[in-house]
Every structure is written in structure tokens, then in C-alpha cells.
Design a protein around this ligand. Structure first.
Ligand code: F6R
Length: 608
């Protein structure tokens, strides 16, 4: 979603802002802009629709040596993607970039119009810019004008603000949208995401909700919303350059699919053990007595994180007999009058740790006294700061918009949590050996699968890339994989992909089967094999173009068959998922799409 960068120091701001925005490209955006100030207060503002590369081209003919500035990648919320709606916005002496949504902007706009302000764009951001300008007077500091404005605003924001007559500081503020201040040698950086700071500094202040920073070259003053000074806590950030490079792969997506074995090893390191104490999660902050008391797990997440929860639920409920598991879509759950069973614990699942709907559920669950644990990747993200404990999945930066390696490790981390509960309840290692052995073997099995099947999947993708519709189906643990596989295909290939529990086909979706569709049948070699095969036969009988993916060696009839060869028993769904990730990748490539930054999507969904 939208990204913010800012710089003040003695280097050329334009170059640093543009390279910072490039680092944020993976979040998804549709326009970009930068504004810099000269020491005499001359503003140079460049904005472009499309990619940061187009903005960089604009810089060539508008180059300035200014050493203070702010920049933005915009993912349209209010108003279409266009130059006039792109940030930074300037009104009077104020220039501003903004992530988030100002909910009462229409009311504020009317008030400002009655004071003589007029607006060029359709954005809530321009209204906020005018609001700050209206309060910014010769005897009112920029900090006070920003503070005064934010008290009138309802909504979410991360902002960076320049005043043309004060080319020596930037004011940054956060409420509901993350901002990080990086401290360098005589220079200060502002970013909505730590990846924009990598290579410049590893010393950072994560703004907390309601905090405002006055950033000068190399120094930062911090205030709360009531203007009380706060002592900043400077932290060391851990991202490294290597982790955000493509490493010879054509796309981040392919790199991240291939990284899954290593990512899983990091998720499991020190947590999956041998002997009677088979699982250990240091960060959940729960005693064995508290774990024993759990009777209900509420898993909350959006999109892929939700599907990871759905798969984990199928798996965990097999070995935690007196624990029920409910998996909720965060954007729905937050508005329901839900009842919380006794002895519940919530798992808040999010790669970015910033998803607005997931965060809202966390706030509500905490308000109602539920212990909340994060299953999160992004270190230091908002969810990790708000939860009572949790598990970092440690998969490293996930840059491609479509989530891959995070899914696999989220499932593994949730199984580990299930194992912790089982262990506390006295279940022996022997009873859980299939899960423990599978977790141990999973990284190598994924490596083997990629080596064995990637060339075939690439060829297969060519044959099916011409279709515009697809139907995925599977039973039991392969139902969430059908959902996730179809999501992956639709988001990067733009093929309409429906996913169903295979037993549901006869209740409606089988009517879709015709020559404009292909079908993906997921068939596990387990006690449901014959039932899944019957579903496949029913689709074949109606002229389906079926790709059957199976770990069975038995004879099966389908237009195309992909055989997964594995020694796993419980976690084969995660192997099927890798097949579907690779399939989606190669179909997208074949269709000539922007694999890493698919249209209309954002990596981190920080608005509702
Ligand atoms: C799909 C995808 C999204 C995210 C969802 C939640 O490939 O990436 O569906 O899974 O937006 O994001 P996080 O996990 O950051 O909360």
C-alpha cells in the first residue's frame, strides 16, 4: 500500500527519496511523487502516474541539490490514480505526504472551503494539507499546527510535513499507519517501512500510536499528541541488503517460492526439538498451566494468512482433542457480535503485521480480555507491539505482493503452537510423531519437489495460460490449499479462479464446467482418496479440462496429471501448495503480467 520516505541531511535529497521509493515499490502503488526544499524555501515537487522509474525520468530535467524532502508512492483510495491526486500535496506553505484515510475529510473540506480554500484533487490528503496550512501562522510552529490539525482529524494517518519557510525540519506523525525514523550521521530518514532505510542506517525509532516527531539532520524530538516531550527509544533494525535483492532470480516471487525450505528452517530453528519436550516457543509468554487450560483457539487473518489459519485448524484439531478452533476473516469478524468461549486464546496471523482489519480484531479481542498471540513476519510491526506474545515466522522480507513463503511458515508456526498445547496436556512424542517428523522433513521435501517438478510445471503453465476461468477443488486439508492456490492464480495471472470443497461441486459449481474453464483437482492419497477421485470423475464426465495433482501412485484419469512424490503423511498439503504457487507464477509469466506487483494490489493493506 502507500509508502512514505523523507530525508534531511547534507546529501542530495532527490536521489535518496527516489531510491527509497524504489525499495517500497513492492508494497503496490499507482503513482509516485517527491518534493524537496532549497535552503531559501524554493519547493520542487515532481509527481507521476505509474512507476517510480517514470518519476526518476522526470528528475533528469528537474534536478536540484536540495537536501531536505519527502516522497510517496500512492495506492489510490480517494480519487483515481492521476498526477493531480498523487502526493506530495501542497497548499499554501505546507507540503505533505500521507498514508491512511481521513474519514471526516468531507466535513473538514466544507469548513476549509468556507474559509476560502479551494481544492485541485479529490483526495483526503489535500484537505489535511489545507487544514495544517490554515493553522500554521507566523506565531504558530509547524509542530503546533500539525498537532492542532491532528486533533480535528478522524481516521488513520502516517504523515511527513514540510513548511516552505522552514527548510530545516520535517514533522512526522503516526496514528494507525506505521512510520520509522532512521538516524544517520548528521542525517535523518523517514520511512513507512524499514526496507527503505536499509543501507543508510540500522538505528531507528519506531513511532508509536499518536506520536509526533520533529526531524532535523541527525536529531529527532518526540512528542505525544498533547505536545508532551517523550524520550525516543532507538532500536537496531535487522534487515540486510542481501535479503531484499533478487539474487539472480527474474522475480521476487520465484525467489520467495524457492526460499521456502530455508525460511521454514528459520521458523523451526530451536523450536522443534527431539525428546519429550518436542516444541518450544519462547515468545508466547504462557505457562504449561495456561496452555493446559486452552479450550478454544480463534485464528484471525486476511487473505493468504486466513487460509494458513484454515489449514492449520484442520491439522491442529487432529491432535488437540479438547480444543476447538475457529478461523475468522478479520474484515468480517471485526463487525460481528461474536461470543467468546471460555478459555479462548487468539492467534493474530499477518505477514506484514500492519493489516488494518487484522489489527482492529486484535484491539477488540484485547479489549474483551482475550490473550492474543501474533503469528507475524515483519519484525517490529504494529501487531507485534500490541499482542501479549507471539511467534515470529522469521522468513525474511517478503517483497513480492503475492504471499508465498509466509504462508508455509505461518502454518508451521501454528502447528508448533498446537504441539505446545498438546505437550502441556501430556500428549507423548510417539502420539505426535507423524507431525513432528513431517515438520522436520518438510524443508527437504519442498527442495526435492521444486527440483523434480518445476520444469514440468513450467511446461504445463504454457498449456493452460490461455484460459480465462479456473475451478480448484479439494477435500479436507486440501480445501484450504484449493482456496490459496486459486487466490494465487487470480491475483497474479488475472484468471478468474473459483475454489470449492470438492464435496460442494454438485451443489452448484459443477454447472460451470465447459470448454472455457480448466479445473485443478487436488487428490490426497488418504482415507478420502476414493471420494476425491469420484469428484474428479464427475468433472471429467462433463468434459472438464482437469489438472489432477496427487501424491497417489494409483491409476487416475485426467487431462494432465502432476504426481507429488513424498514421504510426508500429514503435511503433504504444503507440497501441493508449492506446486500451485509455481503454476500461478509460470501462468502469470506466460501472460506477460507484472508478477511482483500485480495490478490493483498492495502488499500491506493498511486501510479498511
Ligand atoms: C495474497 C496476499 C494477501 C495477504 C493479506 C494479509 O497473496 O498476500 O491476501 O495475505 O493481505 O496480509 P498480511 O499477512 O500482511 O496481514
Amino acid at each position: 500500500m502507500c509508502g512514505i520516505v523523507g530525508y534531511i541531511g547534507d546529501r542530495k535529497a532527490q536521489n535518496l527519496l527516489i531510491s527509497g521509493l524504489k525499495r517500497l515499490e513492492y508494497r503496490g502503488y499507482d503513482s509516485a511523487g517527491i518534493a524537496t526544499l532549497s535552503s531559501t524555501g524554493q519547493l520542487t515537487c515532481l509527481r507521476e502516474k505509474g512507476k517510480v522509474a517514470q518519476l526518476a525520468a522526470l528528475q533528469v530535467t528537474n534536478e536540484v541539490d536540495d537536501s531536505i524532502g519527502i516522497g510517496h508512492t500512492r495506492w489510490a483510495t480517494h480519487g483515481t490514480p492521476s498526477i493531480v491526486n498523487a502526493h506530495p500535496h501542497t497548499v499554501g506553505r505546507i507540503t505533505l505526504v500521507h498514508n491512511g484515510i481521513i474519514e471526516n475529510y468531507q466535513d473538514l473540506k466544507q469548513i476549509l472551503e468556507s474559509k476560502g480554500y479551494s481544492f485541485k484533487s479529490d483526495t483526503d490528503t489535500e484537505v489535511l494539507t489545507a487544514l495544517i496550512d490554515s493553522l500554521y501562522k507566523d506565531d504558530v510552529s509547524l509542530l503546533d499546527a500539525v498537532l492542532g490539525s491532528l486533533q480535528l482529524v478522524v481516521g488513520a494517518y502516517g504523515i511527513a510535513v514540510l513548511a516552505s519557510n522552514k527548510p530545516n525540519h520535517i514533522v512526522a506523525a503516526r496514528s494507525g499507519s506505521p512510520l520509522i525514523i532512521g538516524l544517520g550521521d548528521e542525517e535523518t530518514f523517514i520511512a513507512s517501512d524499514a526496507s527503505a532505510l536499509v543501507g543508510h542506517t540500522n538505528q531507528a525509532i519506531y513511532l508509536k500510536e499518536g506520536e509526533i516527531a520533529v526531524c532535523r539532520a541527525g536529531t529527532v524530538e518526540l512528542y505525544d499528541i498533547a505536545a508532551n516531550p517523550i524520550t525516543p527509544a532507538v532500536e537496531t533494525i535487522e534487515s540486510d541488503m542481501q535479503a531484499i535483492q533478487k539474487d539472480g532470480y527474474d522475480h521476487f516471487l520465484l525467489k520467495e517460492i524457492h526460499e521456502q525450505p530455508e525460511a521454514l528452517r528459520s521458523t523451526l530453528a530451536g523450536r522443534l526439538r527431539s525428546g519429550s519436550l518436542y516444541a518450544h516457543l519462547g515468545g508466547i509468554n504462557m505457562s504449561d498451566t495456561e496452555l493446559r487450560e486452552i479450550r478454544n483457539i480463534i485464528v484471525v487473518g486476511c487473505g493468504t494468512a486466513n487460509y494458513a489459519g484454515q489449514l492449520a485448524a484442520y491439522l491442529i484439531e487432529q491432535f488437540t482433542e479438547d480444543v476447538s478452533i475457529q478461523v475468522e476473516i478479520a474484515s468480517e469478524f471485526r463487525y460481528r457480535s461474536f461470543h467468546i468461549p471460555e478459555n479462548s486464546v487468539a492467534l493474530i496471523v499477518s505477514q506484514s503485521g500492519e493489516t488494518a482489519d487484522t489489527l482492529a480484531c486484535l484491539t477488540e479481542l484485547k479489549r474483551r480480555g482475550v490473550r492474543c498471540l501474533g503469528i507475524v513476519n515483519a519484525v517490529g510491526s504494529t501487531i507485534t507491539r500490541e499482542v501479549d506474545g507471539g511467534v515470529y515466522v522469521h522468513v525474511g522480507p517478503e517483497i513480492s505482493v503475492a504471499s508465498t513463503k509466509a504462508f508455509t511458515s505461518q502454518v508451521a508456526a501454528m502447528i508448533l503452537f498446537g504441539l505446545m498445547i498438546a505437550q502441556a496436556k501430556g500428549t507423548s512424542t510417539q502420539e505426535l510423531s507423524t507431525f513432528i517428523n513431517d515438520l522436520n522433513d518438510l524443508p527437504t521435501e519442498i527442495e526435492k519437489l521444486i527440483t523434480d517438478l518445476e520444469p514440468d510445471i513450467k511446461t504445463l503453465a504454457k498449456s493452460y495460460a490461455g484460459y480465462d476461468h479456473a475451478l480448484y477443488f479439494g477435500r479436507n486439508t486440501l480445501f484450504p490449499i484449493a482456496l490459496e492456490g486459486a487466490l494465487k492464480l487470480k491475483e497474479i495471472s488475472y484468471i478468474q479462479a473459483e475454489a470449492y470443497a470438492a464435496g460442494e461441486l454438485k451443489h452448484g459449481p459443477i454447472a460451470l464446467v465447459d470448454d472455457s474453464f480448466f479445473e485443478v483437482a487436488l487428490i490426497a492419497d488418504n482415507w478420502l482418496y476414493e471420494k476425491s477421485k469420484s469428484n474428479l470423475i464427475e468433472v471429467n464426465a462433463r468434459g472438464g479440462h482437469v489438472i489432477a495433482i496427487t501424491d497417489s501412485k494409483k491409476h487416475i484419469q485426467a487431462e494432465t496429471i502432476v504426481r507429488v512424490s513424498t514421504s510426508l503423511t500429514q503435511l503433504t498439503p504444503l507440497l501441493f501448495n508449492v506446486v500451485l504457487q509455481l503454476f500461478a507464477y509460470y501462468v502469470s509469466l506466460e501472460r506477460g503480467n507484472d508478477v511482483d506487483q500485480p495490478r490493483n494490489l498492495a502488499k500491506s493493506v493498511t486501510v479498511e
